[in-house]
Design a protein around this ligand. Sequence first.
Ligand code: KIV
Length: 293
Amino acid sequence: MQPKKKTAIALRKMKSAGERIAMMTAYDAAFARALDEAGLDALLVGDSLGMAVRGERDTLNVTLDEIAYHCRMVARATRHAHVVCDLPFLSYQISAEEAVRSAGLLVAKGGAESVKLEGGAEYAKEIARIVRAGIPVMGHIGLTPQSVNLLGGYGVQGRDEATAQKLMSDALSLQDAGCYALVLEMIPHELATHITASLEIPTIGIGAGVGCDGQVLVCYDALGMNPDFTPRFLKRYAELYAEIGQAVRTYATEVKSGAFPDEVHSFATKPVQLAPAASASPEAAKVYGATGS
Ligand code: KIV
């Protein structure tokens, strides 16, 4: 029997059922189909697309329309996994009204089934308003890449008592505001385990250790499309960059030698006499499809 489409409620219930959530990012239909059929619970159309797909330095210039466009491709190809889409920089920070409008656009135009936004207790109002509009929200605390300029980089967060305490109370505020799940990015595993144990909603970690209720990785990183990116938290499950290189080198060699396309990859026809074009050489009068032609 085909597994059913995963809803935000189903993801939330996985925590009480003791089932871990496996999530990866996806940005287009081809990858979404492969990841979905491999059995992931959720696909995140992350604003990491700015870096992973477009090669930007950060996620800050991804717009709402751009991410909705990517989300549409992912949503179309995904039959089972839950599709959650990031609210990009400045699409929810200005007012609760704009937050609802932006989230609504990702659902209506992008086909998202829930949205994710970065930030702590200071966004409780925006989260509550989006949820009130009927859209499930996933929170995201710890390293929040949209604040990279404030944080001064992409390092581990919550290493001292004050910041750890702030993350703990942010997590509770986001749960109270109505989040159905919470991403914990780049925090010490002891803190992530403590937060996870204190919440009813599931935590999904990236660089936050095994004590979370689930894990998320950027698909291109996990599948080895980004060979120079080797942070400690990242495990590579494939070496696609190397495999693609090997495949393309073979293709180019075969094209240049004439080994491709061979007979198996070519079309044949019945012998037909083609009238030569006015300026054609005698060669053009050949019988096409005849043996030896
Ligand atoms: O944009 C993204 O890909 C993310 C994940 C790393 C959690 O927010």
